[in-house]
Design a protein around this ligand. Structure first.
Ligand code: SAH
Length: 259
C-alpha cells in the first residue's frame, strides 16, 4: 500500500457553524419517530463512495451493553466534564449520566436535541461544535460513531484542533473513533488501488433521507490513524491508539503536547 502523503491544502479561514432546520433533519426525524413510537421507517443513506445504504434507527438507541467494545472503552475512559459531540439520540450521554459522570450533549439537529431533553439528559444544547459562542470547557471531548466525520474534510483538521484548544481544559483529551477506508480500495492481490491525486480517500459526501424528508449533502471524514497523527502533531496534539476494532476501525485519544 502506498502511504498517503498529506498535501499542503488550501485551508478554510473559518468553519461552517450551521444548524439544521426541522424540515432538513432526516436523522432527527427518524430519532424522534423511534422515540415516540418505538419503531421507525428506513433511514436511507446516499454517498459518493458506498452503495445506497440504510442506518437501522434502533442502533442509534443502543444501550451500553449493545455498544461495540471501542465505544464501551471510550465511555470508561471519559472523565471530568465530558462533551458528547454530535450526540444524536443521546445514547452515550445517557450511559455516562447513569454512571454518575458529568456530561453535556450537543447536536446541530433540533429534533434530536428535543428527544435528548425528553430522555432526561440534563445538559443539552442545539449547537454546532465549531460555534465559538459555545464557550464551555471540558476534560473529555467525546466523538463517537466515526466521530472524525464531523471534521468533514482533511483540510479542516487544523481548524478542528484550534477549536479543541479553546474547548479542552489543561490535561483534557479527545476520544475519537474512526475507520481506515483503505479496505474499499483493496485489490484481490492485496494491493490497494488508491488514486492519490484524487484527494484523501476517506473524504465522503453523504446525504440522508427519511420518508419525504431529505437533508442537504454533507462532508464526512473517515481518517486512518497515521494521517490523523500527522495532522494532530502539526497542531500540537499527540495521538495514542487506545483500541482497534475488528474492521479497520479504531479508538484514539488525543492530547495537547505541552508548549
Ligand atoms: N454520536 C451519536 C450520533 C452519531 S450521528 C451516536 O453514536 O449514535 C452524528 C451526529 O452528529 C448527528 O446527530 C449530527 O446531527 C451531528 N453533527 C454533525 N455535525 C455536527 C457539528 N458540527 N456539531 C455538532 N453536531 C454535529
Amino acid at each position: 500500500m502506498t502511504t498517503f502523503v498529506p498535501k499542503i491544502h488550501q485551508q478554510p479561514a473559518i468553519m461552517n457553524t450551521f444548524l439544521l432546520s426541522p424540515d432538513k433533519d432526516p436523522m432527527g426525524r427518524a430519532i424522534a419517530e423511534f422515540h415516540q413510537t418505538g419503531k421507525a421507517r428506513k433511514l436511507r443513506v446516499f454517498s459518493s463512495l458506498f452503495e445506497e445504504d440504510e442506518i437501522p434507527v434502533c442502533q442509534l438507541f443502543r444501550v451500553e451493553s449493545q455498544m461495540p467494545p471501542l465505544e464501551q472503552k471510550a465511555l470508561q475512559l471519559a472523565n471530568g466534564h465530558i462533551l458528547d459531540v454530535g450526540a444524536g439520540s443521546g445514547c452515550h450521554s445517557l450511559a455516562l449520566q447513569q454512571a454518575g459522570k458529568e456530561v453535556t450533549a450537543i447536536d446541530i439537529s433540533p429534533l434530536s436535541v428535543e428527544v435528548m431533553k425528553q430522555r432526561g439528559i440534563q445538559n443539552v444544547h442545539q449547537v454546532n461544535l465549531f460555534d465559538e459562542r459555545f464557550a464551555d470547557t471540558f476534560d473529555t471531548v467525546l466523538m463517537l460513531m466515526n466521530g472524525s466525520g464531523i471534521v468533514g474534510r482533511l483540510e479542516n483538521l487544523p481548524l478542528f484542533f484550534q477549536r479543541m484548544k479553546q474547548i479542552l481544559r489543561p490535561d483534557g483529551c479527545i476520544l475519537m473513533d474512526s475507520s481506515d477506508l483503505r479496505y474499499i480500495f483493496e485489490e484481490e492481490d492485496g494491493s490497494f488501488a488508491i488514486d492519490l491525486a484524487a484527494g484523501y480517500y476517506g473524504e465522503v459526501d453523504f446525504q440522508m433521507q427519511y420518508g419525504t424528508v431529505k437533508g442537504e449533502s454533507f462532508d464526512w471524514l473517515y481518517i486512518d490513524l497515521q494521517t490523523l497523527s500527522y495532522y494532530a502533531a502539526e497542531s500540537g496534539f499527540q495521538t495514542e491508539l487506545i483500541m482497534e476494532g475488528n474492521h479497520y476501525d479504531y479508538l484514539a485519544r488525543l492530547r495537547r503536547i505541552a508548549d
